[in-house]
Design a protein around this ligand. Structure first.
Ligand code: 9MR
Length: 380
């Protein structure tokens, strides 16, 4: 597959010919440009921007979820990542089922690939994920551990995973999706059933002991636009902070449906940052119902723009990460049959208007940030 995302080069006319001819050419060029601006639907191509540089100029990360195999052997895939993003999240390979498929048997091949790639290219790394109800190995899910045994299992896993990448992975989704899909009740996952609702505080404290530098997150979906589930998460986060639990941030996953991206994203994130937490949009995608039309793909640019703008409006929003490199790698077609085209690059690795939407948001004025994001030296 070819990557066809060339930036638009800029040229400067330095001709000194007869003034009249130059003037006429200029007028024609201006008229054509003006017509193009009025008629064309938003930025269809990446407008030659240094997207990583733009994100860094705002002090935010622009991240992407990556898969291991193409990161190893698909240079076009690698180029899309390094040319457009400043951070990566391992989409699957740091999850429990892959890291510790059998008890005490760890597989570091996938996580090492992601971490080494990120370091080689100066990208930040979001660690994803520790306690989740999905993608658990059988020995864990069906192990019938009592509370103390489960604490031991949790500590072994954290010491292995967080310990291995200490100082290299900046933040961890320690708790993933703690509420029922529709909320607002806490999900009765393995951890809840065995340790009670205090499992969240216990896991955050344990992760902090293992890696005191890492920023520790609760990552959740269906909370982006307010509502009962978001309120319940707000209560949970407030309570944890009151108890002095080391919770540092909330990931707003941001799996949106085209035409239904919440208007109050910034407002809702801000109430969490008012508690002293960081926030980030951690898994952004905007799925479109099939048949996917050019109009829908074009309008999706506006939704990506709004999501990035929302982050820029909130001073402790540390970044936006999209959930997959291209539409060919997205989880959407498999999990939501009848939907597609959720990401800023198409199946042929061509940039889509959505990428232009993000460029648009980042091309506007800089904001004053409360606290700078930790930066690595980029080596692209
Ligand atoms: O994108 C991931 C997909 O490849 C996996 O099959 C799926 C398994 O549940 O998990 C997906 O990633 C999820 C993420 O880890 C947590 N938030 C929801 C994401 C989409 O399901």
């Amino acid at each position: 597959m070819r990557k066809t995302t060339e930036g638009l080069g800029r040229t400067t006319t330095r001709g000194r010919g007869p003034l009249l001819a130059v003037g006429a050419v200029c007028v024609v060029v201006l008229v054509v440009a003006a017509v193009a601006v009025l008629v064309l639907p938003g930025p269809a191509e990446e407008p030659g921007s240094d997207l990583p540089g733009l994100a860094e100029s705002h002090g935010i990360k622009l991240g992407v979820a990556v898969a291991v195999d193409p990161l190893r052997d698909d240079s076009d895939y690698q180029d899309v990542v390094t040319d457009h993003y400043t951070a990566v999240t391992a989409e699957n390979t740091m999850k429990w089922v892959h890291v510790q498929p059998e008890r005490h048997e760890f597989d570091w091949s996938g996580p090492d690939t992601v971490v080494d790639f990120a370091e080689k290219h100066g990208l930040d790394i979001r660690g994803h994920t520790l306690l989740w109800h999905n993608q658990q190995p059988e020995w864990l899910a069906q192990g019938f551990y009592d509370a103390d045994e489960l604490r031991e299992v949790m500590r072994e896993h954290m010491e292995a995973l967080l310990g291995r990448y200490q100082g290299r992975v900046d933040s961890w989704d320690v708790i993933n999706e703690p509420f029922e899909d529709g909320g607002p009740e806490l999900r009765e996952n393995l951890w809840y059933q065995t340790l009670g609702e205090d499992y969240i505080a216990e896991a955050l404290r344990m992760a902090h002991e293992v890696d005191p530098q890492a920023r520790l997150y609760i990552n959740e979906f269906g909370i982006e636009g307010g509502g009962d589930k978001a309120d319940a998460l707000y209560e949970l986060a407030s309570g944890l902070l009151e108890q002095g639990v080391p919770l540092h941030g909330i990931g707003f996953q941001g799996h949106f449906v085209h035409g239904d991206v919440p208007e109050d994203l910034a407002e809702n994130m801000r109430r969490f940052t008012d508690l002293g937490l960081d926030v980030e949009i951690s898994e952004l995608d905007v799925r479109i119902a099939e048949p996917v039309t050019d109009d829908a793909v074009s309008d999706q640019a506006e939704e990506y723009r709004r999501a990035v703008e929302a982050c820029l409006e909130v001073s402790r929003c540390v970044g936006v990460s999209v959930w997959g490199v291209t539409d060919a790698h997205s989880w959407i077609p498999e999990w939501f049959p009848g939907y597609d085209s959720a990401l800023p690059f198409d199946e042929d690795y061509r940039s889509k208007p959505a990428l232009g939407g993000m460029v648009d948001a980042l091309s506007r004025g800089r904001r004053a940030r409360g606290r700078p994001v930790r930066r690595r030296v980029r080596n692209r």
